[in-house]
Design a protein around this ligand. Structure first.
Ligand code: ADP
Ligand code: ZN
Ligand code: ZN
Length: 733
């Protein structure tokens, strides 16, 4: 009797194990390869699942197994090594394997739909076209270029998209088609030679050293530590070129907000064809097509945000994580993985280097560099010899502020603008004002569903909760006492913009925050206006702090960062310093050195002093000492169990039972702290609390989690809460 085949599959469900099925009745056994999708019966419905393994003995009695209904793919979507990485991640982050695998699939594929076609309109040479000499077309340079391009391509065929990326016009295609030299068809884009890549600037010695230090073809992690504008991106590009030349693929991850059209164009110009872009702003079909091209090895470079990390790439030869300190690399819900950390694991399993770049490396990464696990590479100068900006603290303790600005800062703004330069103001809060209050009775506008105040957005006349998103019309009289004397306290970007417009009526002001950039293309428009001088005064939130270069900005004002000095979260100071340095890095170039003014009520605070006088590296070194003394990460390892429920007592009860369970499983090497209410206890109508686990050894923590998390669902109190586990949490809320 032939051995029974049992399919072990990952079903998207909140359960920590795989499921076994029998093959579909009429299945072609050849197609049952790990990595294909299957439709399977599940509960009362059906699910789209992914085949992980074909085994011969079931985990439960084989006679009770159900049959899978259908095989959905002709060829596997994941290789065994992709699946093993996903399996590792599911184990490390304690997340159900089915959901992890689903996370790695484009949305349509998760739903069981057929893969989109990757075939594209292509153009190829006719026999007659092959015989033409491009140099004979001196009068028609565009046509000559197109001809040369096709003649130089393998198979003498390129997709329309590739041709357009190389600057070919539709009209040129038509003309050559009419001449009978080229014809259109349908096909896969081929990994084609670069048409006429723009030349790279000669690298400076630091950059050259960094590029040479990276050993391709074997695993190693490198920290590329260099201030903004020191030429990190050039180092990435040079490495990517070398990887492509060796026939392998490269994966480049950037923060959500760093994937600007300018960066995409820069990569396109330098690398030419074969670039797949992956981010959440793409239409589902487009995104999925890019995913397939990478998976099939047709795209040689993938440039994307966090989720691009999980793109299957058969010939992976390099992973770059730019701005590795950025929080957007950590997924904050569902499968809470860190794309940066997983990038290193993936590189290790692919025998290729991982490069983490930042002007303000996270303390975790710095510690890995210090201990020798990562190789620390420095870019010490700004490319082209631009001077670093000068930083100063501005004491605002006994100063009357106007809309949050001190008179000295206002005066400096005026001087900067009068001299024909640009100035930038950083305010960590959008909207008009964070507090709306009644002058008669002291009422304050509060969110009904959160322990939070409502922010006034004046343009839309809305009171808005930035925590749960709920909004309501602005009151015109006090809901408590009926008085109409309602006032605002504090300021957000909207208010500062209003005040600046009054003070500087003839100056173009660009406000950059989530409200002004919601419409597609609006951020790009604002950035263009800044570059071409339409705007001289820029103000905004974190969005301004990342990824952009404003060479004509000579003054940066930073309004309120003091909460970072005393924040409840032990990472608050690290984040504050990163933010300050990143904002400061937007300013200044060779001829125009920049100046940075930081308003503070704590000008003597040693942390502030250290950062401003000696820079981020010195600051980070102090912080690492503090962390070590307090046994905080990176000198220990944490996991956070969060719970929330509409009933106030439910999260606590669950967490207490979870605590008791952990104690029965623990060897005493893992400390348990809590349960405690979350810093914002009520949010979106739910009460929230958490329990923190900490251990000196990653292995100890992992061993406990592996036994504990799968049992949590069986606790009686678990049914009354929504709970989640966060391994290596970055935020405590
Ligand atoms: P980073 O990624 O560190 O912010 P970039 O790679 O974007 O730095 O470089 C900043 C600017 O300096 C860019 O305009 C880039 O073209 C230029 N640049 C980088 N390296 C060099 C170099 N070796 N020679 C000349 N210009 C360079
Ligand atoms: Zn009132
Ligand atoms: Zn709210």
């Amino acid at each position: 009797m032939p051995e029974q085949q049992i399919l072990r599959v990952a079903v998207p469900a909140p359960l920590y194990h795989c499921f076994d099925y029998l093959p579909p009745a009429d299945a072609d056994i050849e197609r049952l390869v790990p990595g294909v999708r299957l439709r399977v019966p599940f509960g009362r419905g059906e699910r789209c699942a992914v085949l992980l393994e074909v085994v011969t003995t079931a985990e439960m009695d084989g006679r009770r197994l159900k049959r899978a209904l259908a095989v959905l793919d002709a060829t596997p979507l994941f290789t065994p090594s992709d699946l093993s990485l996903l399996n590792w991640a599911a184990g490390y982050y304690q997340h159900p394997i089915g959901e992890v695998v689903a996370n790695a699939l484009p949305v349509r594929l998760r739903k069981g739909e057929a893969p989109v076609s990757v075939l594209q309109k292509t153009w190829s040479l006719t026999p007659c076209g092959r015989l033409q000499d491009p140099s004979a077309l001196r009068r028609a340079p565009k046509q000559a270029e197109l001809l040369a391009l096709l003649q130089a391509s393998p198979g003498q065929r390129l997709t329309q998209e590739q041709l357009q990326q190389c600057g070919t016009y539709r009209q040129t295609l038509q003309v050559l088609q009419q001449k009978g030299w080229i014809e259109s068809g349908e096909g896969m884009p081929e990994a084609a030679p670069r048409p006429s890549p723009s030349a790279s600037p000669p690298l400076n010695t630091d950059q050259q050293h960094a590029v040479n230090a990276v050993e391709l073809g074997q695993f190693g992690t490198y920290l590329l530590d260099g201030v903004t504008g020191s030429g990190k991106t050039e180092v990435y590009l040079a490495l990517v070129e070398r990887v492509l030349a060796s026939g392998r693929q490269a994966l480049v991850l950037v923060p959500e907000i760093g994937l600007t059209p300018q960066l995409i164009r820069r990569f396109e110009r330098r690398l030419g064809m074969g670039l797949a872009i992956l981010h959440s702003g793409l239409a589902e079909g487009e995104r999925e097509r890019a995913w397939h091209l990478a998976r099939l090895g047709q795209a040689s470079v993938v440039l994307g945000t966090r989720s691009a990390l999980l793109t299957p790439m058969p010939r992976l030869g390099l992973i770059v994580v730019d701005e590795e300190h950025d929080l957007s690399f950590k997924q904050q819900d569902g499968f809470r993985y860190s794309a940066r950390d997983l990038a290193v694991i993936r590189a290790q399993r692919s025998d290729c280097p991982a490069m983490l770049g930042s002007a303000t490396p996270s303390l975790e990464t710095l510690q890995n560099a210090r201990s020798g696990r990562y190789q620390h590479l420095h870019l010490t100068r700004r490319a082209g010899d631009a001077q670093p900006a000068r930083m100063d603290l501005l004491d605002i303790r006994s100063v009357r502020l106007e809309a949050g600005l001190s008179p000295l800062l206002i005066q400096m703004l005026r001087q900067t603008l009068d001299a024909g330069n640009q100035a930038l103001l950083f305010i960590n809060r959008r909207g008009y004002a964070p507090i709306m209050t009644c002058h008669a009775c002291g009422w304050v506008a509060q969110c009904r569903r959160c322990d939070a105040r409502l922010t006034l957005h004046a343009a839309s006349r809305l009171l808005w909760c930035h925590h749960c998103g709920s909004q309501r019309r602005q009151d015109d009289k006090c809901p408590e006492c009926g008085d109409t004397d309602l006032r605002t306290l504090g300021q957000g970007t909207e208010r500062v913009e209003e005040v600046l417009a009054n003070w500087f009526p003839d100056v173009g002001i660009a406000r950059i925050d989530r409200d002004t950039t919601r419409r597609k293309g609006s951020l790009d428009q604002l950035l263009n206006g800044i570059r071409n001088g339409k705007y001289s005064l820029l103000l905004g939130t974190q969005m301004l702090a990342k990824g952009h270069h404003f060479p004509n900005v000579t003054l940066v004002g930073i309004l309120d960062v003091d909460q970072g000095l005393f924040g409840a979260d032990f990472r608050a100071a690290e984040r504050m310093a990163q933010l300050i340095v990143q904002v400061a890095g937007r300013a200044g170039r060779a001829e125009k050195p920049g100046r940075v003014l930081i308003q503070t009520r704590h000008p003597d605070h040693p942390m502030m002093q250290r950062l401003v006088r000696q820079g981020y590296a010195a600051f980070a070194s102090d912080m690492l000492e503090e962390r070590e003394a307090a046994a905080f990460p990176p000198f220990s390892y944490q996991a956070l169990l969060r719970a929330e429920a509409p009933q106030e007592s439910a999260p606590r009860e669950f967490l207490e039972q979870a605590y008791a369970l952990a104690e029965t499983l623990s060897t005493g090497q893992v400390e348990l702290w809590g349960p405690v209410p979350a810093p914002m206890e009520r949010r979106a109508g739910r009460f929230r609390a958490h329990l923190l686990l900490q251990a000196d050894q990653r292995g100890e923590l992992q061993r406990l989690l592996a036994r504990w998390v799968s049992q949590l669902a069986t606790l009686k109190s678990a049914r009354r809460v929504r709970w989640s586990i966060d391994v290596d949490p970055q935020e405590m809320f």
